[in-house]
Design a protein around this ligand. Structure first.
Ligand code: AMP
Length: 284
């Protein structure tokens, strides 16, 4: 596994891969790698891609300085995990290379209106502008590639797909299912900050998603199922919605077919999200 820190070598490694008629499979992460990240590496390898995994804790997508400071950084362990998962090129750019002018506000931003402003975007203003801006830069340096994202961050995938479409970026965006612990909790680098009691409360998120998936009925009934499940635990609910999987707009009771349940809440000061597919019908 090659480890690169500077943009020039990263760009050259991607170019050299394409010159060998191979496809670059890009897996963007913020590190503290776990099985969720590694499932994206596996998806890229299964397609035969040369896997470039990036680790960059992007300050521009954190609204809260304390959240950024607390974000886990475990580069040595990450390097071993990446190597044994079969990553070909580990890209760890420096802040200075990624955002030479940070924290001045004279930088270019990519704002995906609508999709980036609802749900997580409403609770975390500017978050998806930070995400879209950094992903645009990752794509610009990497060049034509396939990029792999987890459905764990369902809204993020929608925002990135919209950006790729609007800017005609030479990137194919692929997504992979949410990876969960045996108890159902969606894996997240932030889970490490939960106490055992906090973790027990956090399980309400995945319970809510599973309960909604098992329920047959219109959107309002499924939404009530989500909220009832969250209300039973110590979760400060940010949102619990049944939305159109493409527009992410909340659905009314006239909607039928496949929809998405999305929840977010704070447990012990840690913001957690989860989501899953649901089916809307008239009910019994
Ligand atoms: P992060 O390091 O949290 O920014 O995540 C990097 C990528 O891994 C994103 O595409 C996430 O959606 C994905 N990811 C994180 N957690 C999971 C999970 N539990 N299951 C599937 N993908 C995940």
């Amino acid at each position: 596994m090659e480890v690169v820190h500077d943009l020039g070598r990263w760009r050259d490694a991607a170019r050299a891969t394409r010159a060998r008629e191979r496809t670059v499979g890009l897996v963007p992460t913020m590190g503290a790698l776990h099985a969720g990240h590694l499932s994206l590496v596996r998806a890229a390898r299964e397609r035969g891609d040369v896997v470039f995994l990036t680790i960059f804790v992007n300050p521009r997508q954190f609204g809260d300085a304390a959240d950024l400071a607390r974000y886990p950084r475990t580069l040595d362990v990450d390097q071993r995990l990446a190597e044994s998962a079969g990553v070909d090129v580990l890209v760890v750019p420096t802040l200075d290379e990624m955002w030479p002018d940070y924290p001045r506000d004279t930088m270019t931003s990519v704002h995906v209106a609508g999709l980036g402003d609802v749900l997580e975007g409403e609770g975390r203003p500017g978050h998806f502008t930070g995400v879209a801006s950094v992903v645009a830069k990752l794509f610009a340096v990497t060049g034509p590639c396939r990029a792999y994202f987890g459905q764990k961050d369902f809204q993020q995938v929608a925002v990135v797909r919209q950006m790729v479409r609007d800017l005609a970026l030479p990137v194919e965006v692929l997504d992979a299912p949410v990876v969960r612990d045996a108890d159902g909790l969606a894996l997240s680098s932030r889970n490490e900050r939960l106490s055992s009691e906090g973790r027990a409360n956090a399980l309400a998120l995945s319970r809510a998603i599973h309960a909604a998936a098992r329920t047959r009925g219109p959107a309002s009934v499924l939404r009530d199922v989500l909220r009832a499940e969250l209300a039973r635990a110590k979760v400060e609910v940010a949102y619990a919605e049944i939305v159109d999987p493409m527009t992410l707009r909340p659905l009314g009771d006239d909607a039928r077919g496949v929809a998405r349940a999305l929840v977010a809440g704070v447990v012990e000061g840690v913001r957690l999200i989860d989501n899953g597919p649901v089916t809307l019908d008239q009910g019994e």
